[in-house]
Design a protein around this ligand. Sequence first.
Ligand SMILES: C[S@@+](CC[C@H](N)C(=O)[O-])C[C@H]1O[C@@H](n2cnc3c(N)ncnc32)[C@H](O)[C@@H]1O
Length: 258
Amino acid sequence: MTENKTVPPYSQLARVYDLMGADDHSIMMTEYCLRIFKRFHIKPVKVLDLCCGTGTALKIFSDWGCTVSGLDRSAAMLGIAAKKLKGRRIKLYQKSLPKFRLFEKRGRKEVRFDLVTCFYDSLNYLTTQRDLKTAFRSVYEHLESGGWFIFDMYTEASLRILWGGQIYAGALDDIAWIWRNNFQKRRKTAECETTCFVKTGEKWDRFDELHVERAYENEKIITMLKAVGFVVKGFYKCHTFRKPGKKTFRVCGVAQKP
Ligand SMILES: C[S@@+](CC[C@H](N)C(=O)[O-])C[C@H]1O[C@@H](n2cnc3c(N)ncnc32)[C@H](O)[C@@H]1O
């Protein structure tokens, strides 16, 4: 019998992330961003994608002519991103939220961007209010005046309904996965125990990861954004310009540094 150790989130999932179609969300978010840009007359030039994962959004922003940088704590995810972005001048930082500081190549000046994005419930991985607020502050400090922050997050409804006590499974020719989820109402956190099987040659490898996310009330998120200095320009049911409702699974925030 083989012993399966749980490894850090995304350290193994990275190699199957795009194959499972998980990066489709980035594509949808960049399309939604185009509509947000139009609505608020945003013309991004210098973009930072936080929790950039395998770099799909970075590639799209770069195709649009933006100067882009990505940040993620997972070396494995950044490794896939680096391959995808080969030949492009894109800076990738291996750093962790909540507090991050990025400096110009030489010197002590912090790099500033005119757009910071963070897609696919990456911010839900911050499981304390303090960490979420610190992350918002770090974003604020890395924006030019007038710069924008666009992000999406899971809501309590999604963690409770989509993750609470649910099991999901899928299989392709060379990959199979099982997600076993649970939700703790009091802490508003959900755990997703991920087991993946990946075929290499004739052999199947197994790995296990534990992913923990937390939900925040919409009002709380807005209050924290305002507390660090942002003007909240929009807070929507994601992919629309409608107000989120009680059953909304994903919200999108659009905030501007004055
Ligand atoms: C669901 S994936 C999203 C990746 C990408 N944004 C996308 O849309 O495909 C979450 C990403 O957040 C990163 N992440 C989670 N917690 C983080 C933290 N505290 N600091 C930096 N990156 C983090 C993970 O390594 C992972 O790449």
